[in-house]
Design a protein around this ligand. Structure first.
Ligand SMILES: [Zn+2]
Length: 498
């Protein structure tokens, strides 16, 4: 059933559901299938076709959030990420996803619509979240139980998945949880192998999974920056990516996160954010009023820097807010970070308020609360402080450090604006954007394409307008839209080898 014209045609061949039904006598469905030819000069196998390779782009191809991609190699299917689109949840007041059914969450656009999986003719052998951010693991508790397959991830990610599953109230998720470290591999069926390559991102223990097939490697490249001097963990393993690019069958397909593809130059290292933060915090050493800091709770490297510099300027750091306690507590328990022994972490409302009272009694100038609320989330600690709902009283001139960037999304932008205004009304001075992104800028994207030399590229982790910059960049490298550069949407299939 060859639809490519002998290897010289450059697709895309869009098969409608009706075409497929005529062709395969299958029941009609609404799945679009692209059969593609790949790049004519970038190696790959010539001659005998040994294994069908198909990619289902399930979630995160029309938005940032609810990432999910399935790769079928012969009879084996591997699922990469099962994420949540948190903004689709937060926009509704008081939605508690713990009790919600998958189909309702799919209808809300909050989790991936995995019903397309029934079109993949193979068995799911592994569910592989790349790192612990919610847009990559947040739907596991709602979807994983439908597959008879283990969840395979790095130790920190597995621990966060475990906590997600424990918090789930609707479904009993009993998939095995298998820990695999960066640099390790596991067999997928008889002929494929899964490998984890270490990458650097805004959360610890992130990897890019690679599925080695007889037709070449599929590299799932979501969420990384090229950090050679990270504050925690090893630098990105570019040497391994280059090796994979040089292997006999090469890279059949690279799926890439194009979040920052419109940004020139290179994403700075976490050590640059650390220096920036140090400069800001050391400048406050003489201030004898209140200083409060906020950052992504899951950004353990940043929390570590905040804790250390608080100590350096003679203040006792204390972590406040449910997710601060959750992520930092988990990282410390798993020995990813060493905090001072007496570092307080409090999540429950009562213990947080008790701590604030203690801070007020003993003097704000002796403490540095590190709190949740960097995006102005209505129920987070900093927002509550802004509304005057905590015992902590802000005074004129007190300093609030946002070691985070506003996620460019209208809900976040609105909430953050409101939070800053509320804090400002109480006299707080804002320090913002003390941050570096966790995603590749243009030069990082070029470097990855040079290292991997992929035959096909699929941009992901954006909506259509967000793909434009990456398409330009990849076309500069000789890729052509519709030939070996495949822009797609949620719910489609791309057939790489048929
Ligand atoms: Zn991420």
């Amino acid at each position: 059933m060859s639809l490519t014209d002998g290897g010289t045609g450059y697709g895309p061949y869009l098969l409608t559901a009706a075409d497929r039904q005529r062709r395969d006598h299958e029941p009609a469905d609404s799945v679009a299938v692209f059969v593609v030819a790949g790049h004519p000069e970038r190696g790959g196998r010539l001659g005998v076709i040994t294994m069908e390779i198909e990619i289902a782009t399930i979630g995160g191809y029309e938005e940032v959030g609810r990432q999910m991609t399935a790769v079928r190699a012969g009879d084996d299917v591997v699922v990469f990420d099962m994420g949540l689109n948190l903004s689709k949840v937060l926009i509704h007041d008081n939605v508690e996803t713990e009790r919600m059914h998958s189909l309702d969450l799919i209808d809300m656009g909050a989790i991936p619509d995995d019903r397309v999986m029934s079109d993949l003719e193979g068995d799911v052998k592994a569910i592989v979240p790349t790192h612990g951010h919610l847009d990559h693991i947040g739907a596991i508790s709602k979807l994983a139980h439908r597959y008879d397959a283990p969840v395979v991830a790095t130790p920190f990610t597995i621990e966060l998945v475990k906590q997600q599953i424990q918090g789930e109230e609707k479904f009993g998720v009993q998939n095995d949880l298998i820990k695999m470290e960066a640099g390790e591999t596991m067999s997928i069926g008889d002929r494929n192998e899964l490998e984890f390559v270490n990458v650097t991102h805004s959360i610890i223990d992130a990897i890019n999974p690679v599925l080695h097939t007889p037709e070449g490697a599929i590299v799932y490249g979501l969420d990384k920056r090229m950090d050679h001097t990270p504050v925690i963990g090893d630098p990105i393993d570019m040497e391994r990516f280059r090796e994979i690019g040089r292997e006999d069958n090469g890279v059949l397909c690279y799926i890439e996160d194009c979040t920052n593809a419109g940004k020139k130059g290179r994403t700075p290292s976490e050590s640059v954010a650390r220096r920036h933060l140090k400069d800001v915090m050391y400048s406050m050493e003489e201030y004898d009023g209140g200083i409060v800091a906020t950052t992504f709770s899951s950004h353990i490297a940043r929390v570590k820097s905040l804790v250390e510099f608080a100590d350096d300027i003679g203040r006792k750091p204390v972590l406040l807010g449910r997710s601060m306690e959750k992520y930092s507590g988990t990282a410390e328990r798993l020995d990813f970070v060493e905090f001072p022994e007496d570092l307080g972490m409090y999540g429950h409302r009562k213990s947080v308020d008790r701590t604030f009272k203690r801070v007020m009694n003993e003097g704000k100038e002796n403490f540095l609360p590190i709190v949740t609320g960097h995006q102005g989330e209505p129920r987070a600690m900093l927002t509550r402080m802004g509304r005057g709902e905590t015992p902590y009283e802000l005074d004129n001139g007190d300093k609030v450090i946002f070691s985070a960037r506003v996620i460019p999304e209208p809900t976040n932008e609105g909430q953050r604006y409101q939070s800053e205004k509320l804090l400002g009304m109480q006299g707080a001075r804002i320090y913002d954007d003390i941050h570096v992104s966790g995603h590749l800028n243009q030069e990082g994207h070029y470097e990855m394409l040079d290292a991997l030399q992929p035959q096909n590229v699929i941009p992901a982790h954006q909506d259509m307008s967000g793909y434009a910059d990456y398409v330009n960049l990849a076309e500069n490298k000789g890729y052509a839209l519709g030939r070996d550069l495949h822009v797609t949407r949620n719910g489609n299939m791309i057939q790489l080898v048929e």
